[in-house]
Write a protein that binds this ligand. Structure first.
Ligand code: ACO
Length: 429
């Protein structure tokens, strides 16, 4: 923190002295707390393009340089050397675990993977064709009913346990949602497997025969989960924080985060990218679709392109593009959609519309192609994202509780409705 401040004088002559907050990295920030009190003015920032809503020590992004750090560690190093459980520990606790801490954490997650039997009854109430994200919103929110009365939200150990439960139970719920859609029996979590193997087992095993998860698929999922684990104050994380700021049950907070993630402008983009590639169909149609994306009268956008923060490249997309080739090679899959995606990227990146607006492929441009290679159905892509992002959501929710100046989130507005007017009785209208 510094004692620097900026003076702002409004047209009526009133002045506010706004302290400048400096983080360890990133742009300096004006603290606007006293602005309304001293000047009578609010600020307007649609979409929070320049507004920090919290202080956080978890994730750092430099969008101009394509930098992403989890607790200070570059994403490239974590993707190369770490695994999802270790990253989850790091994000939640602030430091990489030593071997004993890692073992204990992994065991704790493993032993909280079961869900209440009544959850299965709840799931059976959904139609087979219910969208998996709709079921995730409903079932994760329903977990609040199983862990509400005993929970003392002021007790840090209760909060930590809720976070562990959420990370542990998400794959179990996700697999159950999938089983519901294909009409197969629910498979219980198997403790001898690691996090991603266990997920694959719960999704693809059937009681009729043994199933061994493919290690290439488990490793690929682990990498995708590392890359999706947290991304500072994105729409779903901000939703979790906003709901959390009211003191709501953490399962309800994460359910709200899942709802926000579902939208095609956010996590739903990975599903939308493959739909778009289907629609484009062939390299010969790319020019037509690029023209549609540039046409302001056409709602079509290049899905998986553009990002609010990254204005140079998305480091996660660079890692995923490479992994995409490796995974498809290792699995012996030749997917023409990968060739189409690469050609689309190449053409878009030479086009002045995309170059001048700094629109680059984001994390979701290639992730769907890997999920597809692993046999994961399209409508489950965003659910996979939610499993990974749960780590970020709970880490941010825990941090919020430990930050002394946290207050209920309550944005203001610029009112543009009618001025006061008198009520007209029904028979006079
Ligand atoms: N295709 C075509 N044009 C685009 C695209 C796109 N994918 N993205 C942005 N633009 C254009 C806009 O039309 C706008 O042009 P203008 O200045 O001429 O009006 C300009 O680029 C800036 O775009 P905004 O929408 O203002 O940027 P914003 O930061 O609000 O939106 C977003 C970012 C939502 C990611 C946007 O780029 C988009 O819709 N992308 C496609 C969906 C997507 O891939 N989402 C996943 C994001 S990553 C994640 O959540 C995991």
């Amino acid at each position: 923190m510094s004692d620097k401040h900026v003076k702002l004088t409004v047209p009526e002559g009133k002045t506010a002295e706004l302290p400048i907050i400096e983080g360890t990295m990133g742009p300096p920030t004006f603290d606007l707390k006293t602005l309304h009190r001293d000047t009578g003015y609010f600020t307007y920032d649609s979409g929070f393009a320049a507004t920090a809503a919290c202080k956080s020590a978890i994730t750092f992004i430099d969008g101009n340089k394509g930098v992403l750090l989890y607790r200070g560690y570059p994403i490239e190093q974590l993707a190369e050397n770490s695994n999802f459980m270790e990253v989850a520990y790091l994000l939640m606790n602030g430091e990489l675990p030593n071997p004993e801490q890692y073992e204990k954490f992994d065991q704790e997650i493993t032993y909280h993977t079961m869900i209440h039997e009544k959850m299965r009854a709840l799931m059976k109430g959904f139609q087979y064709d219910a969208h998996p994200m709709a079921m995730m919103v409903g079932t994760v929110g329903s977990l609040a009913a199983f862990y509400h009365d005993w929970m003392d939200i002021e007790d840090p150990e209760h909060r930590r346990l809720a976070a562990i439960r959420l990370i542990a139970k998400m794959p179990t719920l996700a697999a159950a949602v999938y089983k519901n859609s294909v009409g197969q029996p629910f498979i219980y979590p198997k403790n001898s497997l690691n996090f991603t193997e266990r997920l694959l087992h719960m999704m693809y095993a059937v009681p009729a025969e043994p199933y061994t998860p493919n290690p290439v698929a488990a490793k690929a999922l682990d990498l995708l989960f590392i890359l999706h684990a947290d991304h500072e104050q994105n729409a779903s994380t901000s939703t979790v924080r906003l709901v959390g700021s009211t003191g709501a049950n953490p399962f309800a907070c994460v359910s709200a985060g899942i709802a926000a993630l579902w939208g095609p402008a956010h996590g739903g983009a990975n599903e939308a990218v493959l739909n778009m590639l289907d629609e484009i169909g062939d390299v010969s149609n790319i020019d037509k679709y690029i023209a549609k994306a540039k046409d302001k009268n056409d709602p079509f956008r290049l899905m998986g392109f553009g990002h609010r923060v990254y204005k140079n490249f998305d480091p996660r997309a660079t890692i995923i593009r490479k992994a995409c080739h490796e995974v498809l090679n290792e699995l012996g899959i030749d997917d023409p959609q990968l060739d189409l995606a690469m050609k689309l990227e190449e053409i878009a990146l030479q086009d002045d519309y995309f170059v001048s607006r700094k629109l680059y492929p984001n994390v979701d441009f290639y992730s769907g192609i890997i999920y597809k290679a692993l046999g994961i159905p399209r409508n489950m892509f965003t659910v996979m994202f939610a499993i990974a992002r749960t780590v970020g959501w709970v880490s941010q929710w825990l941090e919020q509780y430990d930050t002394p100046d946290t207050r209920i989130g309550r944005p203001r507005q610029v009112y543009i409705g009618p001025k006061p007017r008198d009520y007209v009785p029904l028979d006079k209208r």
